[in-house]
Write a protein of this length. Sequence first.
Length: 231
Amino acid sequence: MSETLTITTPDGVFSAYVARPQATDAPAVVVIQEIFGVNTVMRDICDGLAAQGFVAICPDLFWRIEPGIDITDQSEAEWKRAFELFNAFDVDSGVTDIAATIAAARALPGASGKVGAVGYCLGGLLAFLTATRTDADASISYYGVGLEKHVGEADKLARPLLMHIAEKDQFVPSEAQQVILAALKDHPQITIHTYEGRDHAFAREGGAHYDAADAAKANGRSLTFFNTHLA
């Protein structure tokens, strides 16, 4: 069952896609978009989380640039537009909008008040910053881009964070991965899994680098993580 949630901030109003489970008093998960907006891939992830018993909420984080972006990774023109959006996006404002989404999720009728976050690609970076800058109860980062520039923020991390890193990520070179792993692998709140031979977005169904086996492995770990920390 899906609906649209409107979230009000001091800067303006934006919408979020919401998928609900059959159960009431369910924990919520904020699903943080890639560079393609709130598209079919993101809505499907939300629907999948709802089927697993979570209220899943995907906020439109590109609303400050252009509300309602919904594109795919299937054409050159869409990739060009996606990178334009990525370059125009303000990360700090995005985290502020995620914090507003978390607050709305805690107050949502039918939700338990526990809220996690999961993000992919650009959202993988935002999920890390959500873990360090917001009161999310548990966060998951899939192949975050640009994360190596922010590892110092882990000093502020007080709640559990799970990270999935693709070892052959074309957008996160090995030097950047070494910075991330050296800074974060011994943090008491952080669990890191690396995936040998995998490229960026290996868990994006229909994507060029999708790997069903490792996607299933990562998603299984994520489900266990959320079930443990959002119960």
